[in-house]
Design a protein around this ligand. Structure first.
Ligand SMILES: Cc1cc2ncn([C@H]3O[C@H](COP(=O)(O)O)[C@@H](O)[C@H]3O)c2cc1C
Ligand SMILES: O=C(O)c1cccnc1
Length: 336
C-alpha cells in the first residue's frame, strides 16, 4: 500500500485502522509449540517470540528470509546548544561511512543476513532548535513520515529501524519527558559521552524545549521535539504495522520515536519487540512505560539500529526452532 498523507490526523487514522495479529495463526502456533520435542516452556522467551512472530505473519510455521535494516539520518538545530560530545558534521560523515560499509551496523546487518538501506533526510537543512520553537513544521513532519513509510520494503519479513543524528539523545529525552512526564534529569543520559556539566545542560535544554512546545498531543510532540530521523522511524514502524511486518526496536532514540505512536494509538506497537536495553540510562524506564521487555542487555549505547540488528539473530533462532522442530508424534518421542 502506498499512502500520501495530507495531514497528521490522516496518518493517525491509518495507524488506528491497521490490522491486528491473526488469531488463527496465534492459536495454531500456540498449539504447535505445545507439541514440539522439548519439555513445556523449555525454550523460555524464544517460545513467546515465535508465537508472536507467527501471529503477526498469519502463518503458524513462518520463516524469516528477508530482514531489512533501515537507517535514517537527520541534523538537529539543537546541536547549537552544545548538547553532544561530537560535532554535527559527524552525521553526514557517518552516512558516507554507512554507504561505504565501514560502520558497526554494516557488519551486524551482514552477520544476520539483513539488507541495509540508508536514508539521509535533508541534512543540509537542520531542524530548528526546539528551544526556540517547534523543530519542524507540519509539512516537514509529514515529509519525514512519508520518507519512513516509503522506505519499508513490502517484501521484508522483519524490520529494524535505526538512526544517525548528532544531538538526537536530547531530542529523544525531550520526547520521553513530554509523553511520560517527570523531571528532565530522569530522561537525559550521556549520549555520545557528555560529562556532568553536559548532562546538566541537556536537562536544562529539555526543560526549555518543553516550555516552548507546550502541546502534548503525541504526534505533535514527535514533530515539535523530534528530528527528521525520529519521525521517519515512526513512519516506517507504522507502515510495518499496516503491512503486518514484525519490528525489532533499537535503543533509546528509536524507542522514543516509537512511543509517540503508542501514545497516539494504544496498541500501535504490538507488532514490535524491544531488541535490547541501551546503556542510555533512561531507556529501561521508557521500555517499562511501554511494557516492553528487552531481549538483550549488552551495555551498548550506539544507535544505528545496532542492538536491534543483533536481536535479529534471536528472533530468527526462535522462529527456526518453532517452525523446524519435530513434534513428539513425528519424532516418536514419548510425552511426559
Ligand atoms: C562516530 C559516531 C557514530 C555513531 N553512530 C551512532 N551514533 C549515535 O550518537 C548520536 C546521539 O548521541 P548525542 O545525542 O550525544 O549526539 C546519534 O547519532 C546516534 O545514532 C554515533 C555517534 C558518533 C559520534
Ligand atoms: O540508545 C540509543 O539509541 C543511543 C544511545 C546513545 C547514543 N546513541 C544512541
Amino acid at each position: 500500500m502506498t499512502a500520501a498523507f495530507s495531514s497528521i490526523s490522516e496518518f493517525k487514522s491509518v495507524l488506528a485502522n491497521a490490522p491486528s495479529f491473526n488469531e488463527q495463526a496465534f492459536n495454531d502456533a500456540t498449539q504447535r509449540n505445545g507439541q514440539l520435542t522439548k519439555p513445556p516452556a523449555a525454550l523460555g522467551r524464544l517460545e513467546d517470540i515465535a508465537i508472536w512472530y507467527a501471529s503477526w505473519r498469519g502463518d503458524a510455521t513462518p520463516k524469516i528470509e528477508h530482514p531489512q535494516v533501515i537507517i535514517f539520518a537527520g541534523n538537529h538545530g539543537v546541536t547549537a546548544r552544545g548538547v553532544s560530545a561530537f560535532p554535527a558534521d559527524v552525521t553526514a560523515q557517518m552516512v558516507m561511512n554507512f554507504q561505504h560499509g565501514g560502520a558497526a551496523i554494516n557488519q551486524l546487518a551482514n552477520t544476520f543476513g539483513a539488507k541495509l538501506d540508508v536514508h539521509a533526510l535533508d541534512l543540509d537543512n537542520p531542524t530548528q532548535d526546539f528551544t526556540k520553537g517547534p523543530a519542524m513544521s507540519t509539512d516537514e513532519c509529514l515529509a519525514a513520515l512519508q520518507t519512513g513509510w516509503d522506505a519499508v520494503d513490502p517484501e521484508t519479513d522483519l524490520l529494524v529501524t535505526g538512526e544517525m543524528g548528532i544531538g538526537n539523545t536530547t531530542s529523544a529525552a525531550a520526547i520521553a519527558c513530554a509523553l511520560f512526564g517527570g523531571a528532565p534529569e530522569t530522561w537525559v543520559g550521556k549520549g555520545t559521552g557528555v560529562d556532568e556539566a553536559g548532562l546538566a545542560l541537556k536537562s536544562q535544554v529539555v526543560g526549555e524545549a518543553l516550555l516552548v512546545n507546550p502541546d502534548r498531543d503525541p504526534l505533535t510532540v514527535l514533530g515539535a521535539l523530534g528530528g527528521r530521523e525520529l519521525v521517519a522511524m515512526a513512519g516506517a514502524i507504522a507502515h510495518a504495522r499496516v503491512l503486518s511486518i514484525p519490528v525489532i526496536l533499537d535503543g533509546f532514540i528509536c524507542t522514543a520515536a516509537a512511543a509517540c505512536l503508542e501514545r497516539a494509538v494504544a496498541g500501535a506497537l504490538d507488532h514490535c519487540v524491544a531488541g535490547h536495553q541501551s546503556d542510555e540510562q533512561a531507556h529501561i524506564k521508557l521500555l517499562t512505560a511501554l511494557n516492553k521487555k528487552p531481549l538483550l542487555a549488552l551495555d551498548m549505547r550506539l544507535g544505528e539500529g545496532s542492538g536491534a540488528a543483533l536481536a535479529i539473530g534471536i528472533v530468527k533462532a526462535a522462529v527456526a526452532c518453532h517452525s523446524g522442530m519435530a513434534t513428539f508424534a513425528q519424532a516418536g518421542v514419548s510425552e511426559g
